[in-house]
Design a protein around this ligand. Structure first.
Ligand code: HEC
Ligand code: HEC
Ligand code: HEC
Ligand code: HEC
Length: 411
């Protein structure tokens, strides 16, 4: 049985790799800006849940992006990322990440800081991971228990020679364990891997993860350096923005820290996000009669400069109340109800991710936050790319929204 699967997968792999379109790494670089928030500017995931892509096979990357797009591989974060990509985009992105050095260091030090709404690893207090046992299983398999050796498909030390089989070397062990569990329970589908992982015990999964933690295999050493507060670097002209911000003062205050709960604070918000909102108000993609009037006469240049000005202002403290219900939903989501953890996009501290277009939500007025979640839920606000917010908001009850808004404002 195992030999049949083996040759089948190997054969298909060769074929598919021979047919793959060669991408343009240079073009891929430009398209990868949104990916960096999670997969790192150097292709090394910024947290354990974000797989490293540097040095991964281009063919494998393309295959996964297609799978996320057509829904055969599901992930609340990646599905919306892959949805707008064309075949050319995918080929270019694959070529770009494949060209990167896989031995880079993660930009993040707080690897555990971004939990998502996936079922937590089953609490298994008795399991002590054994890297040596993992190595043995990886190289030899266990015929008696019907477990195929991994080395045949994934290569010595996890460097696979088959272009459509992923490299496992230099991958986060946590990510490897999660994938094995998903193949095992069928939530990630692949004929070969579903078969291989079927007989893996929780101990085996932990051992295999530990094997990839072994520095001899996983050469990457995370830097211990602290990140430090990054200065706000803007592209627009702050002075020009300030000069034309007079019309905004009545509602958003001179420094963007609005004093009225229904008007959002825009101080310290990401430049990219502010500029996008202004453009969306102008095009009508985000419908608001008040703001539409405000932006009607603004040029693209004006919007960029206003965004730069407000982005460089410091936000004042929010008045929300930290609460357990909000905190739980915000940091962990609710897998049973299909609610992705907000941390995944808006960050553990609520500061968002500028490059990916995820706004800061910390310190914002409670009333405004509530109003936006309600608008996303009813689709009165529909300017979120790939329905990222609408798909989540539709699952939120009024009491969730209340608790979340209070919590976000308190961050
Ligand atoms: C908001 C965070 C986030 C962003 C932004 C993001 N990804 Fe991902 N990506 C993930 C997560 C989480 C996974 C792992 C999914 C899983 O557990 O199955 C993943 C998995 C992948 C994989 C599969 C890797 C593997 O080893 O199987 C590829 C390829 C990928 N992402 C490419 C991209 C590209 C290209 C972009 C930019 C267009 C991008 N991602 C943007 C979070 C993100
Ligand atoms: C018959 C070939 C084959 C064997 C044997 C095999 N794998 Fe795989 N593995 C694959 C293929 C093909 C994929 C990619 C699946 C896809 O396209 O979604 C994969 C994917 C994976 C992934 C996900 C990687 C990622 O970046 O998302 C992990 C982890 C993994 N295998 C671990 C193992 C381990 C551990 C073993 C041994 C117990 C093993 N595999 C045995 C073919 C194999
Ligand atoms: C008369 C009051 C008023 C004035 C004046 C005004 N705004 Fe607004 N602004 C609002 C309201 C109300 C909203 C929230 C709309 C909604 O609920 O979607 C908003 C939303 C915004 C947002 C979106 C914030 C977010 O977090 O998504 C930005 C950016 C913004 N305004 C910038 C400006 C700028 C720049 C000016 C000056 C050119 C301006 N506004 C003038 C009332 C005003
Ligand atoms: C997959 C990424 C993603 C996840 C997960 C996510 N958001 Fe968002 N959120 C976004 C994006 C993107 C926007 C901005 C859309 C736009 O371009 O206008 C946004 C906007 C918002 C806004 C409006 C901010 C403003 O200033 O107008 C609020 C409030 C919000 N999100 C709350 C949440 C909460 C609460 C959760 C968890 C229950 C959550 N988000 C989960 C991506 C995400």
């Amino acid at each position: 049985m195992k030999n049949v699967i083996f040759s089948l997968v190997l054969g298909v792999g060769m074929l598919a790799s021979a047919n793959a379109t060669a991408g343009d790494a240079q073009a891929g670089k430009a398209k990868a800006a949104t990916c960096a928030a999670c997969h790192g500017a150097n292709g090394i995931g910024t947290a354990d849940m974000y797989p490293n892509l540097a040095g991964q096979h281009a063919d494998y990357i393309v295959k996964q992006l297609k799978a996320f797009k057509d829904g055969s591989r599901k992930d609340p974060l990646m599905s919306p990322m892959a949805a707008p990509l064309s075949e050319t985009d995918m080929a270019d992105l694959g070529a770009y990440f494949a060209s990167m050095d896989s031995s880079g260091a993660s930009a993040s030090t707080d690897s555990g800081s971004a939990p998502v709404a996936v079922a937590a690893a089953p609490a298994a207090p008795k399991i002590v991971p054994d890297a040596a046992a993992g190595k043995h299983l990886y190289e030899q398999g266990d015929t008696a228990r019907g477990i195929t050796a991994c080395i045949g498909c994934h290569g010595k030390d996890g460097d696979s020679l088959v272009l459509i089989n992923p490299n496992l070397s230099n991958q986060h062990p946590e990510y490897i364990e999660k994938q094995l569990n998903h193949f095992k329970d069928g939530s990630r589908e692949n004929a070969a891997m579903n078969q291989v992982s079927m007989n893996l015990s929780a101990q085996d999964v932990a051992d295999l993860g530990a094997y990839f933690k072994d520095p001899a295999v996983k050469a990457v050493a995370k830097t211990g350096a602290a990140k430090g507060a990054a200065p706000v670097i803007v592209a627009g002209d702050v002075e020009k923005g300030k000069a034309i911000s007079g019309t905004c003062v009545a509602c958003h205050a001179a420094d963007g820290n609005s004093l009225i709960a229904m008007y959002p604070k825009i101080a310290g918000q990401h430049e990219e996000y502010i500029a996008k909102q202004l453009a969306d108000f102008k095009s009508g993609e985000r419908a608001d009669p008040v703001m539409a009037g405000m932006v009607a006469a603004l040029s693209d240049e004006d919007m960029k400069n206003l965004a730069a000005y407000f982005a460089t202002q410091k936000v004042t403290e929010g008045s929300g109340t930290a609460n357990d219900i909000g905190k739980k939903l915000y940091t962990g989501g609710d897998a049973a109800r299909g609610i992705t953890a907000c941390t995944a996009c808006h960050g553990i501290d609520g500061t968002g991710m500028a490059k990916a277009g995820f706004p800061g939500v910390a310190n914002q007025h409670v009333d405004y936050l509530k109003a936006q979640l309600v608008k996303f839920r009813s689709e009165d606000r529909a300017n979120d790319r790939s329905k990222m917010m609408r798909n989540i908001a539709v699952r939120l009850k009024d009491e969730d929204i209340e608790a979340l808004a209070q919590y976000m404002s308190s961050l």
